[in-house]
Design a protein around this ligand. Sequence first.
Ligand code: SIN
Length: 278
Amino acid sequence: MPISVEPLAKSIAAEVSGADLGAALSEGDFNAVHDAFLEHSVLVFRGRSQTPALTPDRHIALTRRFGEAEIHMLDQFHHADHPEILILSNGKDSGGKPLGLEDAGRYWHTDVSYTHRPSMASFLYAHDVPPEGGDTVFASTRAAYDALSADWKARLQGLRAVHGLNRITAPKFTDEQFAALDYVEHPLVRTHPETRRKAIYTGAFALSVAGLPENESRGILEFLADHCAKPEFQYRHAWRAHDLVMWDNRCVVHHATGFDRKHLRHMHRTTVAGGVPV
Ligand code: SIN
């Protein structure tokens, strides 16, 4: 079956059909998916295209088609046999031990921007989803950049943000994991290395604008956060079991939403290593 790509929102996201993620993608299918990824930034593969469930091996193999599969520093939430998979879950084992990282990313962010080389892409696969809620909302920071006024574009030019974690954004990091991190600087506007399009690069890990007084720095970050979160730049994904969604962290911010904790939300996430943002 040929691959088809249907846009899901005005500025971001498309549904891909006809790709069998349960098997290795042919070169032609990979190229079609890769092109769609660069164009739409978020790709949705609905559950029916990988029934039965996508195995960890296939999930990792798909990830590796796009680059080097990373190993997240939160090793307490790795899949037991596949450290490339970070488990996001509110489930507990029979002894009450968490099965995964609960409450990951409930604020707008781009993955691991608190590191020197943040993840290029993320692949999130749903094993169990609540009947309602637990959606993931994505926003195109490329469309948000394009929509800025010429004055704002000029004002942001050359500015860099300091990214780092704090106890609000990283409640599950151990003291040791926390201590291993430093603050890093990234441009507030980055150029996508493949499309050459510009995108705003902020999110909850961006703590301040380097070299600016606190008031001015806060004003810029708050303006950008509000601007990127405008509905016209968004796609909201309501999960079904066995959906896989991949996104481009170089031009997308995202956040998870709440749900009734009596239901299980159990997800597997992999990421592809990225370069230094420029
Ligand atoms: C993430 O921030 O990577 C996870 C988002 C989600 O669980 O919906």
